[in-house]
Design a protein around this ligand. Structure first.
Ligand SMILES: C[S@@+](CC[C@H](N)C(=O)[O-])C[C@H]1O[C@@H](n2cnc3c(N)ncnc32)[C@H](O)[C@@H]1O
Length: 272
């Protein structure tokens, strides 16, 4: 433990926690085990594996990519470096989806850009009577999403490889949700922290970060039933621009919701 913490101290703000997680990963154990059996020595194989992980973490690789695991909506999800690492703030999109629709109705939901499947799976798990379609352009990400659904025994998601609506035909939905790419191509955050390691196609959306959001807002209208809802995650400074686009494209009751840090994070529009 001490060895890992010392190496990571210079590059990680969470050196202790990172070390614990990586050691638990190597030993396939819970944290309590580390503090119960403090004298236990690692085998050569475990030591080498641990050192490699610590060095990768020191070079900046996100913990989730080292362990291929991220918790979302209290569900254990597989992730890979071909998927975005699901963020806690995205749970707001799930919470609003579950609150806004009648839970007893057989709602038709479309998740655009499902990545690891986080949003679709969280909703599917909470509402097994809803029918969900999860769309993704990246075949590698889609494979991870399907594996997550299999592991969690989710049977109400249909996965479709599609460039946004290209393979959706004339289907109509009661709810369309998306956490699309929304970072501007020249945003300095792209070269900082975990984001450096995430797939560019999951993050970047044109020069101003709004290209995909605008495309989705424009085309969702056609794919919503009357009374259908669109819920979108976006950057914390994009709320005003997204709400303006929603109004311009004919949505009503347009509203922006803050995340736990009080940043405008999710916007809503209704098709009447
Ligand atoms: C910000 S990530 C969100 C992933 C996941 N929904 C989440 O919240 O963790 C955006 C996702 O949209 C996918 N994507 C980007 N462009 C797309 C397109 N034209 N059609 C379908 N999916 C797309 C990316 O591959 C990526 O998985």
């Amino acid at each position: 433990m001490r060895h890992g913490r010392t190496i990571l101290a210079a590059t990680s703000d969470t050196a202790s926690l990172d070390t614990e997680i990586l050691l638990c990963f190597v030993l396939s154990c819970k944290t309590a085990y580390l503090y119960t059996y403090t004298e236990k020595n690692l085998t050569n194989y475990q030591r080498e594996m641990f050192n490699n992980l610590i060095n990768s973490r020191k070079a900046g690789t996100p913990i989730a990519y080292l362990t291929n695991h991220q918790e979302f909506w209290s569900l254990p999800l597989l992730v890979s470096n071909k998927t975005l690492i699901p963020r806690p703030e995205t749970e707001l999109l799930v919470e609003k989806s579950l609150n806004f629709l009648d839970k007893d109705k057989n709602n038709q939901v479309l998740d655009l850009g499902t990545g690891s499947g986080a949003i679709a799976i969280a909703i599917a798990k909470s509402r097994p009577n809803w029918d969900i379609i999860a769309v993704e352009k990246s075949h590698d990400a889609m494979a991870v999403a399907k594996e997550n659904a299999r592991n969690l025994q989710i049977n109400n998601i249909k996965f479709i490889s599609s460039d946004w609506f290209s393979e959706i035909d004339e289907l109509r939905f009661t709810l369309i949700i998306s956490n699309p790419p929304y970072i501007a191509a020249d945003d300095r955050h792209l070269s900082e922290g975990d984001v450096r390691f995430e797939p560019r196609e999951a993050l970047i959306s044109g020069a101003n970060g709004l290209e995909d959001l605008e495309y989705i807002i424009k085309h969702s209208y056609h794919h919503l039933v009357n009374g259908g809802m669109l819920l979108l995650e976006h950057g914390f400074q994009q709320g005003e621009a997204v709400c303006k686009l929603l109004v311009e494209h004919g949505y009503t009751q347009v509203t922006c919701f803050p995340d736990l840090q009080w940043n405008n994070r999710v916007s809503f529009g209704l098709k009447l």
